[in-house]
Design a protein around this ligand. Structure first.
Ligand code: SAM
Length: 272
């Protein structure tokens, strides 16, 4: 590994450890207390700044985790998030953790929780983990780390997949949902499809240019030179009101790469 990258990793680990001691310090006591609760994953030693179990459960609920999900926790500590996702939601889970000791502990915890076949743990720098197949990404990291991860999340994760953060935001990417659990804020984002650009919108015999402008999930644009009414984008679901000369109607459809497909209409990308 290049020296610069190694130094950055070291600095980040120290930064996270420091944050664990400071900003996340309040979690420690609760984490230790809940580690022994009968319904929770046993942990010989909770890592600094571990998410409390009721916070983990709310994170999984907020992201609507189910059996079809792959839940990946970046900086997974003792593995509690993927383990609970597997045990209580039937999901597959993966934890990415830099600390070998915590990886060993996570594997022990997974075996004891009876989900060793559904979860895995990788000793890896969280910045190199590919996110393409992740349907739910969980993080309890620092805001600056979230910001560094944000472009990769938006580029690699599929539209409609979810990101849940314990406490920290994603800069100017507005969360789609927020929940308070015993003084802890949980934030959730749905990864939006990338729709910015020019499209040819066709409805039966009528067609016109559709120009879309996007800031994360916030959408605006014009069709046939007139502003779209009530545009919305949620994952791969898009909706807007437009008039192609046959009267205003609501267009609701699904983004499929360079096509948007709706009932009786479609749009094809013509330019970035
Ligand atoms: C605040 S703890 C969160 C643990 C767990 N996600 C939870 O919510 O209970 C952050 C974890 O990130 C790990 N970590 C720090 N830097 C990392 C890096 N560069 N790559 C992978 N893991 C890292 C730390 O060892 C620590 O276990």
């Amino acid at each position: 590994m290049e020296q610069g990258k190694f130094d950055l990793m070291k600095r980040l680990s120290l930064l996270l450890a420091a944050a664990g001691a400071l900003a996340l310090g309040a979690c420690q006591q609760a984490a230790n207390e809940s580690a022994g609760a009968p319904n929770d994953v046993k942990s010989a030693e909770a890592p600094q700044g571990a998410s409390e179990y009721d916070v983990v459960r709310s994170m999984l609920e907020l992201a609507n985790v189910g059996p079809n999900d792959l839940v990946v926790d970046l900086g997974s500590g003792d593995g509690r998030i993927p383990i609970l996702a597997a045990r209580e939601k039937g999901a597959r889970g993966m934890g990415v953790e830099i600390d070998q000791r915590l990886i060993q502990q996570s594997n022990t915890n997974a075996r004891e929780a009876g989900v060793a076949d559904k979860v895995s743990f990788r000793q890896e720098d969280l910045f190199v983990t590919p996110l393409n197949d992740v349907t739910v990404l969980t993080v309890f990291l620092l805001p600056e780390i979230n910001l560094q991860l944000r472009p990769k999340i938006l580029l690699q994760m599929r539209p409609g997949s979810r990101v849940v953060s314990n406490t920290f935001d994603m800069g100017d990417w507005r969360p789609d949902a927020r929940r308070e659990v015993g003084g802890t804020t949980i934030l959730m984002w749905t990864v939006p499809a990338r729709v910015e650009g020019r499209w040819r919108l066709t409805q039966g015999e009528a067609s016109g240019e559709l120009a879309l402008t996007q800031r994360y999930q916030d959408l605006s644009g014009q069709a046939g030179g007139r502003d779209l009414g009530s545009p919305s984008l949620a994952g791969d679901r898009i909706a807007f009101t437009a008039d192609l000369g046959q009267g205003a109607r609501r267009f609701e459809g699904r983004v499929e790469g360079d096509r948007i497909v709706g009932d009786g209409w479609e749009a094809v990308r013509t330019g970035g």
